[in-house]
Design a binder for this molecule. Sequence first.
Ligand SMILES: Nc1nc2c(ncn2[C@@H]2O[C@H](COP(=O)(O)OP(=O)(O)OP(=O)(O)O)[C@@H](O)[C@H]2O)c(=O)[nH]1
Ligand SMILES: [Mg+2]
Length: 554
Amino acid sequence: MTSQTSISMPDIRNLLGFLDVTVKSFSMMSLERQLAAAQDLLLENPPIDVAVLGQFKAGKSSFLNSMLGQQVLPVGAVPVTTTITRLQYGTRERALVRHFNGLTTEVPLSNIVEFTSEAKNPGNKRNVAIVDIELPTLQKYPHLRLVDTPGLGSVYKYHQSASENWLPSIGTALLAVSSDRPLSEHDLELIRELTSHTPNIIILLTKADLLSSEQQEEVISFFQQTLQREIHLTLPVYLYSTKIKTADYKQSIEQDIFQTICANRDDEFLRILRHKTRALSQSCLSYLRIALHSSLQADLNRDSLHEQILNEKVNEDLMNEELSIISREHQRQTRPMIETYLEQFLPPLIKKVKAKLEREIPSWQGNLWKLSRRYEAWVSETLSEEMRQLSKTEHIHFLGTQKKAHASFSRSLEAFRKFLGDNIENVLGVKLAVVDWKIDVVEPDHPDIAFTKSFDVHLDLLWFLIPMFLFRRIFERHFMKGLPKEVGINLSRLAYQWEKSVNNAIDAMRIQATSYIHEELTTIETLLSRTQGQTDDIKRLIAQIEILSEKISN
Ligand SMILES: Nc1nc2c(ncn2[C@@H]2O[C@H](COP(=O)(O)OP(=O)(O)OP(=O)(O)O)[C@@H](O)[C@H]2O)c(=O)[nH]1
Ligand SMILES: [Mg+2]
C-alpha cells in the first residue's frame, strides 16, 4: 500500500490549478465535484478517510463497531445507515451533526441513531449531510478517519447517491462484500469507479463465519479471478467476522491497514492526492480531446464554408480587375465620342467667327506687330467665349461614356452580389440582406475654358520691314484663312478638357464600386472567422496538462 514517492506538493497544486481553469472554462460540470474534493484535500490536509463501502446489509456498520470495540453505529437486518458517518480521535466522546444548510449541532453519542438510521431519520428528512463522531479510543490512529457509508443497491436510492457523491473525498476504500453474496456486478461497478478516486482499494470479506475455511479460500480465489478478468486488477482481500475469530481478523486489519497508514501518513496523503489529480487530469484530457475534435471539425467546416462562399466568382482581385477594364474601355472612347459630336459645330462656328472678324478687322489700327497682337487677343477671347457657350449648352452630350460606364459598373456589382448571395444561401441557408449598392453618378467638373494663341510666329518677327499700307489686305486674308484651323484646335481642346473631366468621374465611380465590394467581402470574412475554433488553445492546454501529469507520475 505504501511506496516511497518523490511527488511534490507544488507540482500537484500547479496541475490542479490548470485543471481548475480548464474545468471552468469548458464547463466540465461532471468533473466539478471531483475537482472540488481534490482542492479541499489540498487545502485542509485532513486525516485520511478510510471508508467502508459496499452493498446494503454487507455488515459495514457492524465491522466498524467491532473494530472500535464499541456499539457506536446502528446496525440491523434491514437497510439502516442513511448518512455518511465519520469517526475520528477526539478528547471526549461526542457527535457533531452537520446539516446541508451549514448548521452543526452536537448530540450525545447515544442519540446518533436519530440522525444516521433510516428508521429514525427516514428519507434523511433531517437533512443531515454528515455526522462526525469523536472518540478518545481512536487515539491510537490520530491520522485516520473511519467512515461508515449508506449501503448501495438497496431500495433507498438516495443511500446510494449519498455514498457515491462522497466518493471523490475517499482516502482508502474498504469494500465490504458479504460472504453470502459474493461479488455482484454492483461491486465491480463500484471498484471501477473507486479506481479514479483512490490507489488504495481493499476487499473485506465480511460475515466470514458463514463459510468454512475451504469455502473462504474458494471465494477469495473467485474474487481474484473475477477482478483480473473484469477489471485487470489484483486487490488485497481481508476476512472479517463479528462472530468468530474476530480478534485475529481485527489484528491483521489494524496492523496491515490502519497502522501502516498512520505510520506513513504524509506519504499516503500525497499518494492519494496525486492519484485523484491524475485521474482528474485523465478525465479532463479526454474531454479536451473531444473538444479538440469538434473544434477541428468546426475549423474544417469553416475552411470549406470560406471556400464555398468566397469562391472564384466573388474574388476581390478579379472584381477589381473587371472594374478597371470597364473603366479603361469607356475612358478610351470618351474623347473620340466628344470630338465626333463637336464636328457638327465646326462649319457654322467658322462661318460665325469669320463674319465677326470681317466686321471688326477694318477698325483695327497699327503696324503688323500690333495687328498680330490684336488678332491673337481677338481669337482667344472670341473662341473662348464660343467654347464656353458650347460647353454650357452641349455638355450633356459629352457624358455618353460616363453613363455607359455607370451602367456597366452597376451591372457588374449586381452580378457580384448575386453570386455572393447565392453562395451564402446555398452554404448557410440564409439570405444576404438587401443593401443599396447604387453608384452615384459623379458630375464631371466643368472645365475652365480659356485658350491662348496658337499661331505661327515667323510673320510678326518681320513686322518692322513690312509697309502696312501695301500689304494690309494680304494680312487680313491671312488672318481670315487661319481662322478655321483655330476653331478646329479650340474644339479639340474643348473635347480634351471634357475628356479629362468625364474620365475622372468614371474613375470616381470605379472607386465607389471597388469599395462596396471590399467592404462586403470584409464583412463576410469577419463573420466567418468570428466563430474561429479554439483548436490552438485546446492543443496548448492538452500539452500543458500532459506535461504536468507526467511530472507527478513516478
Ligand atoms: N453472521 C454474521 N452476521 C453479521 C456479521 N456482521 C453483521 N452481520 C449482520 O448483518 C446484518 C447487517 O449488518 P449492518 O452492519 O447493519 O450492515 P450494513 O452494511 O451496515 O447495512 P446498511 O447500513 O443498511 O448498508 C445485521 O443483521 C448484522 O447482524 C458477521 O460478521 N456475521
Ligand atoms: Mg450500516
